[in-house]
Design a protein around this ligand. Sequence first.
Ligand code: NAP
Length: 248
Amino acid sequence: MSAVTGRVLVLGGTGEARRLATVLAGEGVDVLSSLAGRVADPLLPPGEVRVGGFGGAAGLTAWLQAHPVRAVVDATHPFAATMTASAAAAAELTGVPLLRLQRPGWTAEPGDDWRWVESLEEAAAAVAGFGSVFLTTGRKSLGAFAGLSARCLVRSVDPPEPPLPARTEVVLARGPFTVEEEVALMREHGIEAVVTKDSGGAMTAAKLTAARTLGLPVVVVRRPPAPAGVRVVATVEEAVDWARAQAG
Ligand code: NAP
């Protein structure tokens, strides 16, 4: 077992995680970023990067015992609920301080027609009556929509894998996209409804403005709850302050 260091482990896969690692590395903090390995050609943060799962809560617990770190920042996506639960459990078992960095969710504005649902399955049911649907929930979540007979537009960085809706059209692209680009895409495909997770943040918000502009309904999947007992901050700046204090 190596000696305890000032190393900070950032569980990543988000823009916030990259920004956090960038600031910490710039301040000379020893930062290790962890990525799930989902994207073939990921945007890499500065500093050391490890790729791949830990093997559940037990695996992360063992990893933290074998590779001691001073603190962990869980900066994974708001819907990465399994990783977030593993981090909470492993932090409790090992006593390693844990912070959850999670950007705020989105809020509807005047002119929005948002329909909140609790799950991807409910989202699929909510758009079953539409002829052409833009699915923006991520390529790993398309199985929930596999029973749809509507034309489904899917945009992702890497090609999605089956099961997919029968009439799926895939556009390969990496955001961010402008409102104009989103409006043009939705018009081109005759989109009648948009499905999104409540991911929050500016990076993918243009689709919401585009839907408002076009008067389209948006089915919004509510976030999973944060684990109890874990401190949550909303901004990279707050996470930097916390990690700086932990790293000493
Ligand atoms: P998830 O369901 O919570 O994670 C599934 C498994 O992937 C975890 O149990 C863990 O495997 C591994 N994993 C996830 N994040 C990891 C990380 N940062 N480092 C090492 N292993 C990780 O999460 P997901 O929804 O598949 O998301 C995977 C990654 O994509 C996350 O890093 C997340 O930030 C990013 N992402 C997710 C979404 C989304 O909508 N869910 C959107 C954009 C980006 P083990 O159990 O083996 O440790």
